[in-house]
Design a protein around this ligand. Structure first.
Ligand code: C5P
Length: 412
């Protein structure tokens, strides 16, 4: 959103022809609690979700055609009064705060890349000047097709943000990436974009996320199960608030949000270099990465051979990035650390907080189903210098926990 409007934010919701199109009805319901929603339905979308239902859900007529509502040009009409200049969807697109394409098919992504304008939605995407967000939904093989992968990259570079897709069971019966993100989650992201936008303008936020990978030989690594989801959710939340965000990411399968400068790293040493280079100019450092504490003392140039007996590995300690940052910290900087524990969460985290006195230490239980590493959810215990007692944030989506953590950071 370019400025904080006094009116309700305006969303132009593009519904395209994915099986998940029927979920747009639920999405409209959630979006409406914080925004005005006007729907543009593509021809393929209209075969999957009835226009009338979307009209009922949004409370407005659904736009399906570029020409509906436009009066034909009468011979002799002066050039300045072209009918497209006055049709309602064009007028609306001019003042929209966000175009959300949900679900977004491979087809609309391709059209956006090519700059095609052969239907109403693609035309409005070229015309409007507001941000475009896309929540893709398609078969996993389509999502991973080189053409779609390349289109995603181009769109990201142009500033299109992606919400999802999730990994899981797909409508076609296959399993993998391509599942439409949960409508409630999409609406949550949109709402937080509008609610907090601008709050962190001028702040520089550095986030380290994901695992590290320590090579043993050219084919083997020591790593962990971190998915990077918590760190990415924090980066997204900071971006939603208008901060300038730098993400230092270990290897993950996630797509960093558009508008975030991302450095990809493998080892703890590489992560340390990137973090330390960017830390001095950051206002906030969030170390959500699961940094490998050790690395092999020696990296073999060739693949280690199997022997008849066992194999003993010699490991050496990795630098502690967070501890080093704490030593160099200026009083104006805020540092958030994480503490992943399998047992005695509160006690172990408290011990860690004494050793690494971050402004905020976030303790999370790992190795438990439905929370921690690799999942979309987490439950966390938050130690903050601003709170007399630790706060318990019960099991919730990482995106929501990220918002709550940012609210804790706001107390400094
Ligand atoms: O001591 P422990 O590894 O549990 O500390 C976790 C916190 O320290 C996390 O914030 C993690 O990102 C950070 N860390 C680090 N460098 C390491 C190990 C952990 O910055 N080598």
């Amino acid at each position: 959103m370019s400025e904080t409007p006094h009116r309700k934010p305006r969303i132009l919701l593009g519904v395209t022809g994915s099986i998940a199109a029927y979920k747009s009805l639920e999405l409209v319901k959630y979006l409406k609690s914080s925004a005005e929603v006007r729907v543009v339905l593509t021809a393929a979308g209209s075969r999957l979700v009835p226009e009338n239902e979307l009209k009922k859900a949004s409370g407005f007529p659904v736009w399906t055609s570029l020409f509906k509502g436009a009066t034909p040009i009468k011979p002799g009409t002066p050039g300045g009064s072209h009918p497209l200049a006055v049709v309602p969807h064009i007028e609306y697109a001019k003042t929209a705060d966000l175009i959300l394409i949900a679900p977004a098919t491979a087809d609309i992504l391709g059209k956006l890349v090519q700059g095609l304008a052969d239907d109403l939605l693609s035309t409005l995407c070229l015309y409007a000047s507001c941000p475009i967000w896309a929540a893709p939904a398609m078969n996993v093989r389509m999502w991973n097709h080189p053409a779609v992968v390349s289109n995603r990259k181009i769109l990201l570079a142009r500033g299109v943000s992606f919400l999802g897709p999730d990994n899981g069971h797909l409508a076609c019966g296959e399993v993998g990436d391509g599942r439409f993100a949960e409508p409630r989650e999409i609406a949550f992201q949109v709402e937080s974009h509008f609610r907090h936008f601008g709050e962190w303008t001028g702040k520089k936020v550095l986030v380290a996320a994901g695992p590290t990978r320590e090579p043993l030989d050219p084919v083997r690594v020591i790593t962990n199960h971190s998915s990077g989801k918590m760190g990415y959710a924090l980066a997204q939340a900071a971006l939603n608030r208008g901060a300038e965000v730098i993400l230092v990411s270990g290897p993950t399968r996630l797509i960093p949000p558009a508008g975030i400068k991302t450095y990809w790293v493998e080892t703890a040493e590489e992560m340390r270099n990137r973090v330390h280079r960017n830390f001095p100019k950051s206002d906030i450092l969030i170390m959500a990465a699961a940094v490998s504490d050790y690395r092999p003392s020696r990296v073999s140039k060739t693949k280690l051979k199997k022997t008849s007996g066992g194999l003993t590995l010699r490991l050496r300690k990795n630098p502690d990035i967070l501890a080093e940052a704490l030593k160099n910290k200026k009083s104006s900087q805020i540092i958030v650390g994480f503490s992943a524990e399998t047992d005695h969460l509160a006690q172990n985290a408290l011990n860690k907080w004494k050793k690494k006195p971050c402004d905020i230490l976030v303790a999370n239980q790992v190795g438990k189903k439905g929370s921690g590493f690799g999942t979309d959810r987490n439950e966390i215990l938050v130690f903050s210098r601003k709170n007399p007692k630790p706060l318990w944030f019960k099991n919730d989506l990482k995106s929501r926990l990220a918002e709550k953590l940012l609210d804790e950071i706001n107390k400094f």
